[in-house]
Design a protein around this ligand. Structure first.
Ligand code: PTJ
Length: 252
C-alpha cells in the first residue's frame, strides 16, 4: 500500500490501485482504465456522494428487479474488478443471473473474470465460451454475443458502465434496462428505463439494502419513476457544484 490514509483523495486513489492491479491481472481491458478515469471526472462533479436522485433510482431499480421474471446482471472487466462480492450477493438475494459480456472479448479475459467471481463464491456464470450462443440483432461488436439462458431471454438487464450501442440494441429487443453510469448524458443513461447516476462502488451495497427492504415489504410498492426528470436533476447537481466551486475560486 503506497497511498497514505491521510491523503485527501485516499478513497479515490485506492480505487485506482484496485483498477491498475486488475489491469495487471488481465481482468480489466486497457480501455477500461480510460473508462474509469472518465467516471472519476463525473464523480468529482457529482460531489463524490450518493445524491437523493440516485437514491430514488436505486429504490426504483430494487423494485424492478424484484418484480422481474428473468433478471440478469451484465458483467464487464471494470465491475468484476470493483464490486465482485456485491455482484454475487445481488445474484443470491434477487435472485438474478450473472452473465459475463465484454466489449474487448477474449477467451482469456472471460476465464479470468469467471475465476474472480468464483473466488467470491459465484455458482453459475453465463456468457463464457460456447455459452454465448445467441446474437443481439443489429449489434456488430463482440458485446452482441450473449447467452440464451441469460441476456437473450431476460426481461430486465442491469448494465453498469456500458458503452451505449448495446443498451440501445437491448431496448429494441424490448428489455428493460437499469444503467449504473456516472455520466447522465451518455447514450446508455439516456436510453435506460432507470439510470442510477452514481459510482458503482456506492450503488451496489445500497441496491442490495433496498432489495432486502423490498423483500421484507418495508418499502412502498409501485414507485413512480421518471428517468428523464431524474437525469435532469443529476445534471443540475453537477452544474450547481461547479458554480459553487467557481464562486469560491473567484473569492481567492
Ligand atoms: O471489460 P470490457 O471489455 O467490456 O470493456 C468495458 C469498457 C468499460 C471499456 C467499455 O464498456 C467502455 O468503453 O465504456 P465507456 O464507453 O467508457 O463508458 C463507461 C461509462 O461508465 C462512462 O460514462 C463513465 O463515466 C462511467 N463510469 C466509469 N466508472 C464508473 C462509471 N459509472 C459508475 N461507476 C463507476 N465506477
Amino acid at each position: 500500500m503506497i497511498v497514505p490514509k491521510s491523503h485527501p483523495r485516499y478513497e479515490s486513489l485506492l480505487l485506482r490501485e484496485k483498477i491498475t492491479d486488475c489491469l495487471k491481472e488481465g481482468v480489466i481491458s486497457e480501455a477500461g482504465i480510460a473508462a474509469h478515469g472518465r467516471g472519476e471526472a463525473f464523480d468529482y462533479f457529482l460531489g463524490e456522494k450518493t445524491t437523493d436522485e440516485a437514491n430514488k433510482a436505486i429504490k426504483a431499480a430494487a423494485e424492478m428487479l424484484c418484480k422481474a421474471k428473468n433478471p440478469v446482471i451484465s458483467v464487464n472487466g471494470n465491475i468484476a474488478c470493483l464490486v465482485p462480492k456485491e455482484i454475487v450477493e445481488l445474484s443470491e438475494i434477487v435472485p438474478l443471473k450473472i452473465e459475463i459480456n465484454l466489449f474487448y472479448r477474449t477467451r482469456e479475459r472471460e476465464v479470468k473474470i469467471k475465476k474472480r467471481l468464483e473466488k467470491y463464491r459465484a455458482k453459475e456464470i453465463l456468457g463464457v465460451g460456447d455459452d454465448a450462443n445467441e446474437i443481439i440483432p443489429g449489434l456488430d461488436s463482440l458485446r452482441g454475443k450473449v447467452s440464451r439462458e441469460g441476456i437473450f431471454s431476460s426481461d430486465v438487464v442491469i448494465v453498469p458502465l456500458e458503452d451505449g450501442d448495446r443498451a440501445l440494441a437491448l431496448k429494441k429487443m424490448e428489455k428493460r434496462i437499469i444503467a449504473i453510469d456516472l455520466n447522465p448524458l451518455s447514450r446508455t443513461s439516456l436510453c435506460a428505463d432507470i439510470t442510477i447516476v452514481d459510482n458503482v462502488v456506492r450503488v451496489m451495497p445500497k441496491l442490495i439494502e433496498e432489495i432486502k427492504k423490498f423483500k421484507e415489504k418495508k418499502i412502498e410498492e409501485n414507485l413512480e419513476f421518471d428517468n428523464r426528470k431524474n437525469l435532469k436533476e443529476s445534471i443540475k447537481i453537477m452544474k450547481k457544484n461547479l458554480s459553487n466551486w467557481e464562486k469560491k475560486f473567484n473569492q481567492r
